[in-house]
Design a binder for this molecule. Structure first.
Ligand SMILES: Cc1ncc(COP(=O)(O)O)c(C=O)c1O
Length: 397
């Protein structure tokens, strides 16, 4: 099989995701550029206010990535600052930034394998992994499917656990617009981190935000966001701690402000298309060859991605691997993605001691997961085209 070309082959090529940005947003960005104030200013403040509305009035700060929001949450909680024995429990099946930030602050990631059905962290394993060094849990809502928040906070709030002041940093990078039992993600819980990277359901091109518990945490977030600086009066400046350069620009915030009003429409469209995937896929065939479908949740998930776990043994019998399926779909004008390989098998993490066999469910998913096209401007006939092509490739046609 040929390598997958990095360029798009035909005009009707269907990528796995595509941005929807309206003309009013493009005009709004042009206005910001003309205004003379393009870095953090009034647009960022306005964006934070709208995000806070979305999160039930909780304090929210915007940043230039979802990665740094999680790092700052750990710093606010003092994790890794005083002891290199601090442990943070997270999933091995996520974008690698989720665990890189744990290393960044000087703490130790502790992985708990996924539940093979939801593909999210297995909360039984989280509970079993908690010890006296555990300082935080970072659950990830993979593809937008929310981790069970009731169970998560029951575990985090147990008296034996709270003796160690354990915190939760919800990596909700993929779940803006999802809800748990009707409550939008971000309206409750401890720290909640969202990403607005270009592939996310709502974008600022690059960017993210952190939902905080109170104004004291928000003040710390302000400092960590920009070099630790605290301003007072017209000309006062003090530096209290080491901060980074994590501020969002007004240009990016204006993109986000143009995206937010579309959240419900985008989410509904994604749910409708996901439902259509289930209607079109041949469930018996998938079961027979062990091609695993995602959880059919059309009420809580924002369907950030539609991912199947390819049938490894079925493909191996045909001397095929995931890359061959991707190439065959690409030849039929369909783009796919891989989100994600299991983190603990990356060279960096292997050097820290992890190895094959440590987290078998995450490893199987990491080797075989395939992200199919899903974005709001897609049509139902696009879904049908993807399903026909995928099933033909799996049938060996
Ligand atoms: C699960 C998860 N966590 C964290 C991030 C990091 O977000 P960002 O790319 O905005 O830094 C992403 C982004 O892809 C993600 O999908």
């Amino acid at each position: 099989m040929s390598a997958i070309p990095r360029t798009v082959a035909t005009p009707d090529f269907l990528p796995f995701t595509r941005l929807t940005i309206d003309e009013a947003t493009i005009e709004g960005v042009a206005d910001v550029l003309r205004s003379g104030w393009i870095t953090s200013g009034p647009m960022v403040k306005e964006f934070e206010a709208r995000l806070s509305d979305h999160c039930g009035g909780r304090p929210v700060r915007a940043f230039n990535s979802g990665t740094c929001t999680m790092e700052i949450a750990l710093r606010i909680a003092g994790i890794g600052a005083h002891s290199n024995t601090d442990e943070v429990i997270t999933t091995p099946l996520t974008w690698v930034s989720t665990s890189n930030i744990v290393l960044d602050v000087g703490a130790k990631p502790v992985f708990a394998d996924i539940d093979p059905v939801t593909r999210n962290i297995d909360l039984d394993r989280v509970e079993a992994a908690i010890n006296a060094n555990t300082r935080a849990i970072i659950p990830v809502d993979l593809s937008g499917l929310p981790v069970d928040r009731d169970r998560l906070y029951r575990i985090a709030n147990q008296p034996r656990v709270q003796r160690h002041r354990l915190r939760v940093v919800e990596d909700a990078a993929q779940s803006f617009g999802s809800n748990w039992n009707g409550k939008p993600i971000g309206t409750s819980g401890d720290f909640v981190s969202f990403s607005f990277h270009a592939n996310k359901n709502i974008t600022t091109i690059e960017g993210g935000c952190l939902v905080l518990n109170d104004e004291a945490e928000a003040k710390l977030a302000d400092q960590y966001r920009l070099q630790g600086v605290v301003r007072s009066g017209l000309d006062g400046m003090e530096v209290e701690r080491v901060g980074g350069k994590y501020n969002l620009t007004d240009v990016a915030a204006r993109v986000g402000l143009g995206q937010l009003p579309h959240l419900e429409e985008f989410t509904n469209k994604r749910r409708d298309l996901a439902r259509h995937y289930f209607d079109c896929l041949d469930a018996n065939f998938c079961k027979q060859i062990d091609c695993r479908l995602p959880v059919a949740d059309f009420a809580q998930s924002n369907w950030h991605m539609f991912q199947v776990i390819l049938p490894e043994a079925h493909l191996a019998a045909r001397r095929m691997k995931r890359a061959d399926v991707m190439a065959a779909l690409h030849d039929r004008g369909i783009g796919t993605g891989v989100h994600y390989p299991a983190i603990h098998l990356f060279a960096l993490y292997r050097r820290l001691g992890w190895k094959e066999g440590d987290f078998p469910h995450a490893e199987y998913a990491g080797r075989n997961t395939l992200t199919l096209p899903l974005f709001p401007s897609m049509t139902r006939s696009d879904v049908e085209r993807v399903v026909d092509a995928l099933q033909a490739v799996l049938r060996g046609a």
